[in-house]
Write a protein that binds this ligand. Structure first.
Ligand code: FAD
Length: 478
């Protein structure tokens, strides 16, 4: 009788789980374990919204595992020490896990693998989070891709029809089980009553991921290409937190979208599925970039040039940063996004770009400050995607928007929310204003009076000129 530990981290599902299947095929007994070790992820240990999600996702996974015969053992502390203790307690001869791609996780996992192997324990990791391993996709000259279009051309050409793995019907756990902490002992839920708006919006866990995927493919995919940019519509998949916690794999998503497109000839279905796959491709690109450029969560990819960017000093900009965080900038589309984020743990992609542009360009506040706020408040906070998103908007990363392309939040608002449906939902102070005045209410002081809504903290035209001048200061340097 041999026993394997299945070390779960951000692969909190039973389907399409190569490490779980290998453990069940190669060993008579399998014990799933989750070790809470936030210090090992410092300085990017999970933020408050992610911890909320993690709590509920672990609860859902524990219930699913129990239904097929195994408990989820929860421990807290140093990963290697905890694994060694569990190996001793269960007499396990193997530890299997799914690979992660953040620099601190890679360093930790390498150390764990070497240490376990030196203990003569079989230690093996598997790919369950990506379509392709980052080291398998390179340009013709053998370099990592830094531009998305050729990256996705290469990746999608290799992406035939993925066949996801089924969940095991039963897991035989060891007869004598080691002790487990109760989930509540991890203290993942917020101490203040802040996450109340998350509960109606989300269903963390594998079942919730599949509900979101099926609803999206059946109902929204045909219109995805056009509707995905409209923040008032529920037109996207809402799969980002499920993907982040590995409650579903990108292979499963691609397979389901392809199957829908093959069996359903609704107008727009094929184009929708292809565009949707392309967005999954952006996630893949972000993870490959993080693997190849591990300093980018903290430093611009083009560090020698953008490292000299003349950001405003913290003492001078702190009030503006706080107004941005609280959704009190006086620019409705920005405040709507920041309030949606605070209330639901999520912000629409178009609005993420607008709020990030205001922070980095009009307010000249470093993109890292915005990335940290998102990190703490997004339920889908992902080091790879967040880094790519912020560096893209700030103009300092791979395949980034050119710096001189500064989003005009008033024009963006009028274009993507012309009737103010999104604005009125999140900025109710302005609900009574006519549609045409909603996007720049400061232009009609009489309408703004008495609403309690602030005047803009920054003049959009002047700050645009200031941002372009700041760019000129580093232009031409390498
Ligand atoms: P859909 O439109 O349904 O897309 C499907 C999936 O594709 C998403 O779940 C996501 O995994 C992936 N995807 C879509 N767009 C992108 C993109 N631009 N970059 C990378 N992957 C993408 N996404 C995160 O998952 N975590 C983050 O921390 C994050 N931070 C961001 C910060 C900024 C400044 C910006 C501009 C974007 C950020 N994004 C982030 C990307 C994007 O906003 C979200 O992935 C998307 O809004 C999630 O909603 P959805 O699942 O309904 O997306």
């Amino acid at each position: 009788m041999t026993t394997a530990l299945l070390w779960l981290r951000r692969d909190l599902r039973l389907t399409d789980h190569p490490a779980l299947i290998a453990a069940c095929e190669r060993h008579e007994r399998v014990l799933p374990v989750y070790i809470h070790a936030p210090d090992e992820d410092a300085p990017w240990s999970p933020g408050a919204a992610s911890r909320w999600w993690l709590h509920h996702s672990l609860k859902a996974l524990g219930d699913s595992l129990k239904a097929i015969g195994a408990p989820l053992i929860i421990r807290e502390g140093d990963s290697l020490t905890s694994l060694r203790a569990l190996i001793k307690e269960t007499d396990a001869s193997a530890v299997y896990w799914s690979r992660l791609y953040e620099p601190t996780a890679i360093a930790r996992d390498t150390r764990v693998k070497e240490a376990l192997r030196s203990d003569e324990i079989e230690a093996e990791s598997f790919n369950s989070a990506l379509l392709f391993e980052p080291w398998t996709l390179k340009t013709l000259s053998g370099e990592p891709y830094r531009v998305f279009t050729p990256f996705w051309r290469n990746a999608s050409a290799r992406l035939h029809s993925p066949v996801p793995l089924a969940a095991p019907e039963h897991i035989s756990a060891p007869k004598k089980l080691p002790k487990s902490l109760p989930l509540d002992a991890l203290n993942l839920l917020p101490k203040i009553p802040w996450a109340g708006g998350f509960t109606p919006r989300w269903q963390p866990g594998e079942a919730g991921a599949f509900i979101a995927l099926n609803e999206f493919c059946e109902e929204r995919m045909p219109d995805y290409k056009e509707a995905r940019d409209i923040p008032s519509l529920d037109a996207t998949s809402s799969l980002s937190p499920h993907l982040h916690f590995g409650e579903i794999s990108p292979r499963q998503i691609i397979a389901r979208a392809q199957a829908q497109a093959a069996s359903d000839d609704a107008p727009g279905m094929l184009a929708g599925s292809e565009h949707f796959a392309r967005e999954i491709g952006w996630r893949e690109f972000a993870h490959h970039l993080l693997f190849h450029y591990p300093k980018t969560p903290d430093e611009p990819m083009y560090a020698s040039k953008f490292g000299r960017f003349p950001w405003r000093k913290r003492g001078e900009s702190i009030n503006d940063l706080e107004a941005w965080q609280r959704g009190q900038t006086g620019i409705p589309i920005v405040d709507a996004g920041m309030r949606q984020l605070w209330t639901t743990g999520y912000m629409h992609n178009r609005v993420r770009m607008i709020v990030a542009s205001l922070l980095t360009k009009n307010l000249l506040i470093p993109w890292q400050d915005g990335a940290h706020w998102f990190w703490d408040t997004l339920v889908d906070a992902s080091l790879a995607n967040n880094t790519l998103g912020w560096q893209w908007v700030a103009g300092c990363g791979a395949d980034a928007a050119p710096y001189y392309r500064i989003f005009n939040p008033v024009l963006q608002s009028a274009k993507f929310d012309p009737h103010g449906i999104y604005l009125r939902r999140w900025v109710p102070e302005l609900a009574a204003l006519p549609d045409k005045d909603l996007h720049a209410p400061w232009e009609k002081p009489a309408l703004l009076a008495g609403t309690g809504y602030p005047k803009p903290i920054v003049d959009l035209a002047d700050s645009r000129v200031r941002a372009l001048a700041a760019y000129e200061a580093i232009k031409g340097t390498d």
